[in-house]
Design a protein around this ligand. Sequence first.
Ligand SMILES: C[S@@+](CC[C@H](N)C(=O)[O-])C[C@H]1O[C@@H](n2cnc3c(N)ncnc32)[C@H](O)[C@@H]1O
Length: 340
Amino acid sequence: MASHPERPLPEGFLTLEGQQRFLDVFLPVRNQVLREFYHRPRTGNRSPRTAAPAWRAAIRLLGTRTDETVPELYRLYYNRLFAAIWLALNWGPYTPAIRELPDPLQRIHLSQVNSVDTCWRPAVVSVPPGGLLVEVGTGLSDGWARLALLMPQVRILSITIERDQAEIGRRIARELGLDDRVRFRVGDIFSPGTTGDLAGEADAVTAMGVIPHFPPPRKAEGLHAMAAMLKPGSPLLIFDAYRTRPFSPFMRRALISSLSWYPSGADFRTALDEAGLRPLRFDVHPPAHCLPFADDTRATAALREEFGPLIAWLFPRIVSGFMKGLLKPQESVYLSAVRK
Ligand SMILES: C[S@@+](CC[C@H](N)C(=O)[O-])C[C@H]1O[C@@H](n2cnc3c(N)ncnc32)[C@H](O)[C@@H]1O
């Protein structure tokens, strides 16, 4: 696949201990940055603005409203709320070792870091010192931060369509002392200006949980735009899901209102082909490996503190039901592909 020889795995990569060490460093910093970013100075009680986005997010997950854009969706609803229940915005299949851990929040967090490790593995073993990794979909910063801490000699550019995510990422990078080699860019992958200067520059490009937001007729175009950043022979790395059977009518509505469109497996492969990509790996994880994540989604002290007891009780239940409806008819896939 890559033109470079495989290098040894960094210490702590793909091990629970190493992933937990990353969380111990990353989570306090990320949570502090989020608190400072979203909380204006308090005058005493909770800001009256905090509960409103939570209600609107709950209503959206129940399947109404389709009049917003992806950046609005994240800025108003997901960044703060999901940060208070999960590490980030995607899920990771549970490994047997993760399943055995007693703490549900730790299971969720570790499965997501493990997801980042697993998805980015081909880049970790092939990117040369000084090489460039491009991440599409900054989310809540766990992806680029994990890789930047593991690989002190690579440069990372993280692209997101949502401006808060980029600003939060910048602040986390500063706090972690990584801002000399991690950069952020706000832009839509469909707009040529976002990546035009990066054509053929990247040693790997990754996207986790991003493709569902590409509208169905534009999946191949989005994949092609990501692949165009790659140096010849370098890999595009994807973690995502495709559906194995149709969603219920309720889930169809809820997904459209979340501006998400999951392709079928055949659609996914066709889109890769149309984008001029040749899959090298297509590692499928059945729903049983992913569903415990939905059961683990529960209230946290942070959620209670920020949104109050009612939202803290209700929101995880809605999300858990949504995730079960989402994951049951799906398989998750780690995918690496190169340009044909
Ligand atoms: C579900 S989140 C996943 C975030 C992160 N990769 C993770 O795994 O937690 C989807 C991400 O894709 C980004 N995104 C969605 N559509 C995009 C587009 N057209 N161009 C650039 N970024 C996009 C969003 O801003 C968000 O960061």
